[in-house]
Write a protein that binds this ligand. Structure first.
Ligand code: ADP
Ligand code: MG
Length: 363
């Protein structure tokens, strides 16, 4: 196992990059601890695969260094880095049996026959492949092929880390969920460092202890799912995570109130004093889960007009207009549904303020 350090890493696919926009990775300076289960989450094109390939050695970064346990491996090829990588589409030997496919990474490294057999059977059991061990890989379904591909990543217990690049893309939803749980189990048993790339927040949040959120070639936040939900450090994290994402409304501060055009929303004293230091480009953020929507006027509420109400089973999503801004609120089952007008209440504890897209904090 290894601690992975990315020391001022940047990467451009262009020979002579001129400015920031020429970089697929802008600047990554980070340490990932040994034994963690990490998810690398971000939209398509934000640089996830580039970063993964730099860690595995398929790609040499234009700038910076990669270290495993403090040792510089920047110039080492993948096979010298002791890492397993599972790609988005299965990479298999079609003419070999499932057993031989799983055994391949071990045979290659000169493990003895007995050890290989033990380990292959163990991994086959975990992935429910025991019955197909003697079949040729070519005959199997896409799901089964990807399971073998995962198995080839998991079979080596001597690796520093296992990297997964969106490995469940071609797998059907139910099996996806099962495999994700399996991977989590394997992680708990073996305490391997796992790095799991995905653009799907549900995958990231259920799989990982720590989620690394990437946006336009940069890491914008690393945190537990709860930290990302409650205190997104950047607006992007606020709206990328959560369904629907966080609401944002431009505001100005007047005393202990955030003013949204005419409407005043009360803040607690610490939030108000932070905001007073940064008066321009301020936005108020609140999760739909915490924004209360009432059918009648209540104390400290502001009036908004209802646009749509979507029934989602055990809750409703109410979309409202507040002084020209669109907001969404999650209305729990059993609460009175507003018709034309709604009264919004912003619980002080759940109001977050953002200055130039970044969360205002006490620091
Ligand atoms: P992700 O995996 O998050 O979808 P990538 O790391 O694949 O993102 O891509 C990041 C950026 O780098 C994108 O703008 C993409 O078009 C570009 N890119 C990726 N691979 C190459 C390549 N081999 N040559 C040139 N540009 C590339
Ligand atoms: Mg990718």
């Amino acid at each position: 196992m290894a601690k992975i350090t990315l020391d001022n890493v940047a990467h451009s696919y262009i020979a002579n990059p001129r400015d920031e926009t020429d970089y697929a990775l802008r600047l990554i300076d980070n340490i990932w601890d040994d034994g963690g289960a990490y998810a690398l989450l971000g939209p398509s094109g934000c640089g996830k695969t580039t970063l993964l390939n730099i860690i595995s050695g398929l790609l040499t970064p234009s700038k910076g260094r990669v270290l495993y346990d403090g040792k510089d491996v920047t110039d080492l090829p993948p096979e010298k880095r002791n890492i397993a990588q599972v790609f988005q589409f299965p990479v298999l030997y079609d003419t070999m049996t499932v057993f031989d496919n799983l055994a391949f990474p071990l045979k290659n490294r000169g493990f003895n026959k007995e050890d290989i057999k033990t380990r292959v059977l163990e991994v086959a059991q975990i992935l429910d492949l025991t019955k197909s061990l003697n079949q040729k890989a070519a005959r199997l379904s896409a799901d089964a092929k990807q399971k073998i591909s995962l198995g080839r990543g998991l079979v080596r217990s001597d690796v520093a880390a296992i990297l997964f690049d969106e490995p469940l893309t071609v797998i059907d939803p139910h099996l996806k969920w099962q495999l994700r749980c399996k991977l989590k189990e394997v992680h708990e048993q073996l305490k391997l460092t796992l790095l799991y790339v995905t653009h799907d927040q549900v995958e990231a949040l259920t799989f990982a202890d720590q989620v690394i959120v990437m946006y336009e070639g940069e890491i914008v936040q690393i945190g537990t799912p709860q930290e990302l939900f409650e205190n997104p450090s950047h607006k992007f994290v606020g709206y990328f995570i959560g369904s629907p994402g966080m609401n944002f409304i431009p505001c100005k501060i007047d005393g202990n109130k955030a003013m949204v055009n005419g409407a005043g929303i009360e803040l607690d004293d610490t939030t108000a004093s932070m905001a007073n230091k940064a008066s321009e480009n301020l936005e108020l953020g609140i999760r739909p889960l915490y924004l209360q929507v009432h059918a009648k006027e209540v104390e400290n509420s502001v009036r908004a007009s209802v646009k749509t109400i979507e029934d989602q089973g055990n809750f409703k999503i109410v979309t409202v207009h507040l002084s020209g801004h669109i907001l969404r609120a999650r209305l729990p089952e059993g609460k009175p549904t507003p018709s034309e007008n709604a009264w919004l209440k912003f619980p002080k504890d759940w109001i977050r303020l953002f200055h130039n897209e970044k969360l205002l904090t006490h620091k």
